[in-house]
Write a protein that binds this ligand. Structure first.
Ligand code: SAH
Ligand code: SF4
Length: 385
């Protein structure tokens, strides 16, 4: 018996790759745009539905290609509208994705790896170790899947009528207005798969998101920030978390390799190259660790006069952590110290607390598989998330 050749998952191909693929199938490159319109504009997942493509081309696609998003293991809905999906990368690996609706936008927070090697001391993903990179198809597949799921939900709820905002945004295909790579993993440690995925997010025939609405968050892999400046122009967020190297070495260990001064140089270079407006610096508020007014002033000295915004993130505790969230008054004081020194600063609202859905809190889980055997024959697989 000959093995079935592996099908190419089209979700992993940016436009140029898809053009090359359809050419290999003996078709004209412009078919790639048609295919993308079906996949990304209409959310179609089966070639049979692509009625304006020739039958024999569809048959070939059916044989050699597929449109396959990660599988959903479970869905958790928060009372504030936040939705978290536990997804399955393969038989034993799970990762998470979160949708955060707000009045003027809908943000999807996606993962780039299962686990993370970088071991930041306050991060539950880091604490669980590294499993593997997600493929480009798994990264794009998250947005594709969420768009389909949310659209289905909204359609089920939306009353017919032009005044309903949700129905309107649905008709305009804009349930997901922003995508942030702030879920599990370090996107720049998976450059090879993240960059093609970004290109699908931005492509007119893909998700057609403006570059300001796609944000890559990194803990500071300096050489890759320079490489990123050559490859794309999405918004950059950097996890700073400390105003000095001594503390940052402890919180974000990659700082030992790429200290703050080098990191900031790379950030300003990225903005220069990409004509970007500003870099967002994420700063997780850890009680008694990095939240003093003196530390706020030190942070202001680092960033003052540069195109920078600070986003203060209330720490999300997880079982076994030694850190505590700074009290609200301390966070506000920290923000005010920055504002008084002319550094733009905001406090991130925590969302989806009841379902552990905050960005940076996505612990992921290795699925326990219990294989039920009868002699040598597998008779069932129980999956627990
Ligand atoms: N690896 C990338 C992106 C994923 S983490 C990075 O580090 O930037 C996304 C954001 O969540 C980062 O700013 C990260 O520092 C933050 N984060 C991690 N653990 C957190 C926690 N327990 N509470 C609040 N923010 C956290
Ligand atoms: Fe990895 Fe980011 Fe978590 Fe650090 S904060 S361990 S880089 S996912």
């Amino acid at each position: 018996m000959s093995a079935t050749p592996q099908r190419t998952n089209l979700l992993g191909l940016p436009r140029a790759g898809l053009e090359a693929f359809v050419e290999r199938l003996g078709s004209k490159p412009f078919r790639a745009k048609q295919l993308m319109a079906w996949i990304y504009k209409r959310g179609v997942g089966s070639f049979d539905e692509m009625t304006d493509l020739a039958k024999d081309f569809r048959a070939k696609l059916g044989e050699l290609a597929e449109i396959r998003a990660p599988e959903i293991v479970s869905v958790h809905r928060s009372t504030d509208g936040t939705v978290k999906w536990l997804l399955r990368a393969d038989a034993s690996q799970a990762f998470e994705m979160v949708y955060i609706p707000e009045t003027d936008r809908g943000t999807l927070c996606i993962s780039s790896q299962v686990g993370c090697v970088l071991d930041c001391s306050f991060c539950s993903t880091g604490q669980q170790g590294f499993n593997r990179n997600l493929t480009a198809a798994e990264i794009v597949g998250q947005v594709w899947l969420a768009a389909r799921e949310l659209e289905r939900d909204a359609q089920a709820r939306a009353p017919v009528g032009p005044r309903d905002d949700e129905a309107k945004s649905l008709r305009e295909g804009r349930i997901i207005t922003n995508v942030v790579l702030m879920g599990m993993g370090e996107p720049l440690a998976n450059f090879r798969n993240v960059v093609p995925a970004l290109s699908v997010f931005l492509d007119d025939f893909g998700f057609d998101l403006s570059r300001r609405r796609v944000t890559l968050s990194t803990s500071g892999l300096v050489p890759q920030i320079y490489k990123l400046a050559e490859a794309t122009n999405v918004a950059l967020a950097v996890s700073l978390h400390a105003p000095d190297d001594e503390l940052r070495n402890e919180l974000v260990p990659i700082n030992r390799k790429h200290p703050i001064a080098e990191l900031l140089q790379a950030c300003w270079h990225y903005l220069d190259e990409q004509n970007g407006r500003s870099v967002t610096f994420e700063y997780v508020m850890l009680e008694g660790v990095n939240d003093s007014p003196a530390q706020a002033r030190a942070l202001a000295r680092l960033l003052k006069g540069h195109p920078a915004k600070v986003n203060l993130i209330p720490f999300n505790p997880f079982p076994g952590t030694r850190y505590r969230r700074s009290p609200t008054a301390i966070i506000q004081r920290f923000r005010d110290e920055l504002l008084q020194r002319g550094v733009l600063a905001t406090i991130r609202r925590t969302r989806g607390d009841d379902i552990d859905a905050a960005c940076g809190q996505l612990a992921g889980r290795v699925i326990d598989r219990v294989t039920v055997r009868l002699g040598n024959k597998v008779i069932g697989v129980a999956v627990q998330a």
